[in-house]
Design a protein around this ligand. Sequence first.
Ligand code: SDC
Ligand code: MN
Ligand code: MN
Ligand code: MN
Length: 305
Amino acid sequence: MAKPGTEHGPDALREGGLIKKLMGLGLDVHDYGDVGTPSHEDDHHFDLPVKNPKHVATASENIAADVYNVIKSGRTCLALGGDHSMAIGSIFGHSLAEPEHVVVWVDAHADINTPLTSSSGNMHGMPLSFLVKELQPYISKLPGFEFIKPCLSAKNIAYIGLRDVDPGERYIIEKLGIQSFSMSEVDRHGIKDVVEKAMHYLDPEGVKPIHLSFDIDALDPSLAPSTGTPVPGGLSIREGNYICEELAATGRLTCVDIAEVNPSLGNERDNLITVNSALSIITHCFGGRRQGTYPKNYQIPIPTH
Ligand SMILES: N[C@@H](CSCCS(N)(=O)=O)C(=O)O
Ligand SMILES: [Mn+2]
Ligand SMILES: [Mn+2]
Ligand SMILES: [Mn+2]
């Protein structure tokens, strides 16, 4: 999508063995292919510094339709980015299928700038602002985004991993009371407490579908160097895997985004490290456990002689 290079993220994960790894967990895996993300001529908005709005709008509408169809077919949806503006479509599509879902946003960044608080105009820093009901009075109407109905309340979101939050975003998080566990809270309380607190806050009854939007830059840059906005002091792969194992263990993880894998930004080694980290995160969302797993129908082989 909008950030050059992230369009190669899905194929990098496929080439890294994604499908085989998921099938190895005994899963019925279906690759729905790439979502249409056509570019547009003169794709800029005259009085706003928003970049590629039509491109993002078209892609978001296509993503929403595909995510909705996957979830309505009874499958858990894995959406591969692409930059994090992909979450506009994936979360909206999820909400059409499961209106009560909650969002765990794992990211170094808050991605909740409005078009007017953003200093970059990059839409990968804005996705949540288009989805949160309380922010709508502050969202400029952008052509192509008419399809979106804000589908989240602030109380439906919990952040984990924040460590690079803009002033406007900090104001929004505090004013709306969005639950956020920055890397300070991760260091202070440990990842177990953070996940427990986040899930108790979002869903104390333990009944709601969960949307995990995982930005690979939530991990420490040593684990995900091939990404557009790396920030030192990130999650370890153990902490990332733990989040995914715990959400998977609820049995209610319904949609997973993996955003910001950008193979055009790293050398071969960087890309291998980044893809392997992303594959670890994904497999631990879909039943992979560090204690080991085996397919449902597994039988230990018996000697024939
Ligand atoms: N807050 C900054 C950086 S946003 C980084 C977006 S992402 N999806 O986390 O890489 C901005 O709005 O440009
Ligand atoms: Mn992000
Ligand atoms: Mn990020
Ligand atoms: Mn980015």
